[in-house]
Design a protein around this ligand. Structure first.
Ligand code: ARG
Length: 463
């Protein structure tokens, strides 16, 4: 097909080069954004007296028709087109004739593509945010159900101190809350309009960039035309925010995988979210969680790919920048897919509180509480720590636990011990007493849930 940019050359290129150059197979997904951007551009051109009002109306009606036909499937993408921008313009001219050729006045594909990606990605941010909120809500509900379910907290994957399962879940809710915040922060910088920067230097026409920006829901305009067409920071920022979401989902997945193993058996995933083995009939594999963990690497790859592409680029536009889209689209698709499967997987998992409690009872995770008990009776912490350690060693030797060791044994280590020590090492009490803000006590977990729900509501208001 003859190129629209036939000028100094005859526009005939090698067909392999054409395929290599074309981006339509991945940028066609931005068709609606491209068309809406063009409608606003036509409006602006007529408002500024650059084209006539009836010309603008013809262009807009033509674009509306193309949009409707693409949406209904009546019109198919021409995969031999160079990109989505060329496809729409060609189709427009085919439909409305020469007046279609006026649309590209006072713009370039360089600012057009920058506009389209920003518009496309800000919608993606809204979708990802909604999915994150759904997961946070599920976590709040589950945490509420399990605000008093005792489990061991771990450090170094060694049993450490008693916590509640609700407390553990709320840790993830906090991470995801930050993710939501990061996305909204990223959107602020993304939501600046590059249209009107044109090829690189601005334009000689008397355009109104701010009208176009406002029409398209932007908060402002890019203030330097070179920067406007060269900037892909917002893609990098989004992918790094998504990478962090994936970090969180991946850590959570790792725990889900551990917890559902026979070694832990703290949870059982619904059969809707596990798979069987083709050879071992007893298996229930946590494939969904493993895939989320696995796909995290792929999203990091998307981020690193673009960072590397951008690092040596001179200003302003270079074709290298066409490589921005596949990675950022993939990161968005991947995180959305992960969230869509992760949230119901968490909502439907059953929690085996008895096993959690049993594991918590076996690891001497109340040893810190025993030391704290002595400290409250006047002993320096370091001394109390040592005695508590010796008592744990004694229990191990006698194959018993701190809760069951007779008082006489305790008294051999310190006269400060009395019957109250059994209260101090009782796991429920250990949790109950961790009343510090953000701690694991039931009231604290309740407060955390309230806080997170409040933040979600706040976010709704600020929208
Ligand atoms: N398909 C191109 C891209 O994605 C659009 C911009 C082309 N600009 C140009 N000067 N060739 O980057």
């Amino acid at each position: 097909m003859a190129k629209m940019w036939t000028g100094v050359t005859d526009g005939v290129t090698d067909s392999i080069a054409d395929d290599f150059n074309s981006s339509i197979h991945f940028d066609s997904r931005m068709y609606a954004h491209d068309i809406k951007g063009s409608m606003a551009h036509a409006m602006m051109l007529s408002l500024c007296g650059i084209i006539a009002e009836d010309e603008a109306n013809t262009i807009i009606a033509g674009l509306e028709g193309i949009l409707a036909d693409l949406q209904s499937g009546k019109l198919e993408f021409d995969m031999s087109a160079e990109d989505i921008h060329m496809f729409v313009e060609q189709e427009l001219t085919a439909r409305i004739g020469d007046v279609g050729k006026k649309l590209h006045t006072a713009r370039s594909r360089n600012d057009q593509v920058a506009l389209d990606i920003r518009m496309y990605l800000r919608d993606e941010i809204d979708e990802i945010t909604a999915l994150l909120k759904g997961l946070v809500e599920v976590l709040c509900d589950k945490a509420g159900e399990h605000k008093a379910s005792i489990m061991s907290g771990y450090t170094h994957l060694q049993r450490a101190q008693p916590i509640t399962f609700g407390h553990h879940l709320m840790a993830y809710a906090m991470m995801l809350l930050r993710d939501i915040d990061r996305l909204s922060d990223c959107k602020k910088r993304m939501n600046m309009s590059p249209i009107g920067c044109c090829a690189l230097a601005g334009t000689t026409y008397n355009t109104d960039r701010r009208f176009e920006a406002e029409k398209l829901g932007f908060d402002g305009i890019c203030m330097n035309s070179l920067d406007g067409v060269s900037d892909r920071d917002f893609c990098v920022e989004l992918m790094s925010a998504i990478s962090l979401i994936m970090v969180h989902l991946s850590r959570f997945s790792e725990e889900i995988i551990l917890w559902s193993s026979w070694e832990f058996k703290f949870i059982e995933l619904s059969s809707n979210y596990t798979t069987g083995s083709s050879i071992m009939p007893q298996k229930r594999n946590p494939d969904m969680a493993e895939l989320v963990r696995g796909k995290t690497g792929r999203v990091y790859g998307d981020l690193l790919g673009l960072l590397t592409t951008l690092k040596g680029l001179p200003l302003a536009y270079n074709k290298d920048m066409q490589e921005d889209k596949e990675g950022v689209f993939d990161a968005c698709d991947t995180v959305k897919m992960c969230l869509k499967v992760f949230t119901p997987m968490i909502a439907t998992m059953s929690v085996i509180t008895d096993n959690m409690k049993k594991a918590a009872g076996e690891g001497f995770i109340n040893a810190t509480d025993l030391a704290d008990y002595l400290v409250k009776k006047g002993m320096p912490f370091r001394t109390a720590y040592k005695i508590s350690g010796q008592l744990v060693a004694l229990c191990m030797q006698k194959k018993t636990v701190l809760e069951d060791l007779p008082l006489e044994e305790y008294k051999q280590f310190s006269e400060l011990f009395d019957e109250e020590l059994y209260d101090a090492v009782n796991l429920e009490n250990c949790v109950k007493r961790r009343i510090s803000e953000g701690g694991t006590s039931v009231e604290s977990v309740e407060k955390q849930i309230e806080f997170v729900k409040g933040q979600l509501k706040q976010g709704e208001k600020n929208k």
